[in-house]
Design a binder for this molecule. Structure first.
Ligand SMILES: C[S@@+](CC[C@H](N)C(=O)[O-])C[C@H]1O[C@@H](n2cnc3c(N)ncnc32)[C@H](O)[C@@H]1O
Length: 276
């Protein structure tokens, strides 16, 4: 990750601002993604845990961590996102769970001690902006996690994004050329798209699992976000309007997302890992 990549990411999320708060609420697929992430978190965060939240954004999951009776050091690379976190979380009871708010790059956790946190949470893709430093970033997150603790995160998914965003991918191929498109599909690295407004790295599950292993971790679980809920929005709205059918759908969806055959199929790829 070059200084230029880092500054571009910071500027992107500074400018993205409040839209980040709406990302997981504005449509059905976003609301399902929130639920998949929320339930995955609940599987791994024990009450009383001290958690480092990286790339916290406006605080959808700061609130969830507070609801799970954790205390949270809230961090982000963007000062605008940290201010939004203070605004949204600060207006709720969840604020009592916030120990501190700090600027932090996922690639540099050197200010924290070995094993200082019971859990580290990096949801919504901070690790998708680490590029060449992903392995060392994961090593750093494991270092500051206590023995028996857990690193929970989500990154952008290469294969699921390709499937979901095929019309856009075809346009990219037309604009940048098929060779560039081949590179993006092979590597997940959007930096191949010269001049693109937003670049990040998308992962395959196999690749992420290998990185976790090399970084000294053991994968506990992976999940897609989403599986069936990237389909027909009108059908999904109909399901959502019926509380019983919606509860059943969410149960099926969360279970499907965790199937080995599905983990690559969503827009994001969730993982939980411990020390090997
Ligand atoms: C898509 S938002 C996710 C926010 C929240 N975690 C969620 O899942 O709803 C990604 C967040 O990661 C932050 N971020 C991006 N690159 C980062 C980095 N290198 N280190 C720490 N945070 C980063 C952004 O500023 C942004 O707030």
């Amino acid at each position: 990750m070059t200084t230029q990549d880092r500054e571009a990411t910071r500027a992107y999320y500074d400018q993205f601002g409040d839209a980040e708060w709406n990302r997981l609420a504005k449509d059905v697929a976003g609301r399902v993604s929130l639920e998949v992430h929320r339930r995955f978190l609940a599987r791994f965060i024990r009450p009383g845990s001290r958690v480092l939240e990286i790339g916290a954004g406006p605080g959808r999951f700061t609130t969830e961590l507070a609801a799970l009776s954790a205390t949270v050091v809230v961090t982000d690379i963007s000062s605008v996102q940290l201010d939004l976190n203070k605004r949204y979380v600060g207006a709720t009871d969840a604020e009592a769970a916030v120990e501190a708010r700090e600027l932090l790059d996922v690639c540099d956790v050197s200010r924290f001690n070995d094993g200082e946190f019971d859990a580290v949470v990096a949801y919504g893709g901070p690790l998708s902006y680490a590029f060449e430093e992903t392995e060392s970033a994961l090593r750093g997150l494991l270092r500051i996690t206590a023995a028996g603790g857990v690193v929970v995160g989500s990154v952008m998914s290469m294969l699921g994004t390709w499937r979901h965003a095929l019309p856009g991918v075809v346009q990219v191929a037309a604009a940048f050329g098929e060779d560039v498109n081949d590179e993006v599909l092979a590597t997940g690295d959007l930096r191949h798209l010269a001049g693109a407004a937003h670049v990040c790295k998308m992962f395959r599950a196999r690749e992420l699992g290998d990185l976790l292993t090399v970084a000294g971790g053991r994968t506990l679980a992976m999940s897609a976000s989403n599986w069936a809920s990237l389909g027909d929005a009108d059908v999904l709205k109909g399901l959502e309007a019926d509380p019983d059918r919606w509860a059943r759908f969410l149960n099926h969806e969360v279970a499907a997302c965790a199937e080995p055959g599905a983990v690559d199929g969503g827009t994001h790829l969730l993982f939980a890992a411990e020390h090997a």
